[in-house]
Design a protein around this ligand. Structure first.
Ligand SMILES: Cc1cc2nc3c(=O)[nH]c(=O)nc-3n(C[C@H](O)[C@H](O)[C@H](O)COP(=O)(O)O)c2cc1C
Length: 354
């Protein structure tokens, strides 16, 4: 005996950890490709998210030495409890990718994507395609679990075209998954139709790990209904351009107009800091216009933002609030701007040197 914990002891500790995080915190920020990057996760956690899941990255690409995934997954300085999501079809590739991510970032857990219905992902045998093959899904969880000393979680759907996740969820839990998130729709539904929380609860009742439901939680009422089932709760689309939603779900106040502007301004400055330039604001336009929508103002100037000055102008002209004004600056949730993502800076440095 060398005294290091067995796989079963590590799994039990992982289950307790996620149960504890769910117990003290509010909702979880669900993974959203193109959105749940370090700047957005920082805001969601500051407003009360129990934990946050990164954008998914390809295990195959990481295993083959393409480190773009490291830049996508990178936590910001001081980020705690981050869960990094992988999509994978092959256990050996998943293990290699897991080792890289854990060596680089020491996340709280690695999450296996078993819910993405996008063709590019499904064609490679990844995402929701894994639901067809519980044995392979379990083998991937086992391989990650054996490769790294951090727990594995899984995010899946109700099924492919009908509710049928019981078997695959049991298989991944048996293989060592310490928590399971279930999006209450089938793959065929994609994001349409109502999420079925009865079906999520039914699948959850058959396993003894924390289960986090996902789908259509948009306000304190839908959050309360979901929590009343004894499940953890993930929030995805409703949090876009609205990170203070996590505070509201915990009983906190809705933001003033000044606070909405302050948060959007912080988000934009962090985005520029993290990605290393204002060019990156183009990718934030969707969320900037979502902030505008929260205040009921015309989205058009926000979807054209190229620079921080453009954003400041958009707020001044639409509702007469200056993000650089003292009243707004006083509501900045952090007071500092994220530094450049180190993994991104290294990649760019190598490209320039080549
Ligand atoms: C733009 C977008 C990107 C998403 N990307 C991911 C992803 O990378 N991994 C994942 O497991 N789920 C992903 N999802 C699914 C969400 O995590 C969530 O389960 C789903 O949107 C249902 O929750 P909602 O009704 O609160 O939006 C994505 C959803 C959206 C809308």
């Amino acid at each position: 005996m060398n005294g290091s914990p067995s796989a079963a002891e590590r799994a039990a500790a992982g289950r307790r950890r996620f149960a504890r995080l769910l117990g003290v915190g509010g909702a979880v920020l669900a993974p959203m490709a193109g959105y749940t990057d370090a700047p957005f996760r920082r805001l969601a956690r500051a407003y009360g998210a129990a934990w946050a899941v990164s954008e998914m990255v390809s295990a195959r690409a990481l295993a083959l030495g393409d480190d773009a995934g490291l830049a996508i997954s990178a936590p910001h300085p001081g980020e705690r409890d981050v869960v990094l999501q992988l999509f994978a079809a092959d256990p050996a590739e998943a293990a290699t990718a897991a080792r890289k991510l854990v060596a680089a970032f020491a996340p709280a857990a690695l999450d296996l994507n078993m819910g993405c219905p996008v063709r590019k992902v499904v064609q490679r045998g990844c995402g929701v395609e894994l639901m067809r093959d519980p044995g392979r899904a379990a083998a991937i969880v086992t391989a990650i679990d054996a490769a790294v000393p951090v727990p594995v979680t899984v995010k899946t759907r109700l099924g492919l075209d009908r509710v049928a996740a019981r078997e695959v969820v049991a298989a991944v839990v048996e293989a060592g998954a310490v928590a399971v998130a279930i999006h209450g729709r089938t793959a065929v539904q994609k994001y349409a139709g109502e999420a079925d929380w009865d079906a999520i609860a039914e699948i959850a009742s058959a396993v003894d790990v924390p289960v986090i439901g996902s789908g259509d939680v948009t306000d304190v009422h839908s959050y309360g209904r979901a929590r009343a089932r004894g499940l953890g709760v993930m929030v995805a689309r409703a949090a876009l351009g609205r990170p203070w939603l996590f505070r509201e779900l915990l009983g906190g106040a809705a933001p003033s107009s000044d606070e909405v502007v302050a948060v959007s301004w912080r988000h934009a400055r962090d985005h520029v800091g993290w990605y290393g330039g204002e060019r990156a604001l183009r990718r934030l336009r969707g969320q900037l216009s979502a902030y505008a929508e929260r205040l009921g103002v015309d989205r058009r100037p926000f979807v054209r933002v190229d620079t921080l000055d453009d954003l400041a102008d958009a707020w001044r002209t639409s509702i007469g609030i200056d993000p650089r004004g003292e009243a707004v600056e006083a509501l900045d949730p952090f007071g500092d701007t994220l530094p450049r993502c180190p993994a991104l800076a290294r990649r760019r440095g190598r490209r320039l040197a080549a």
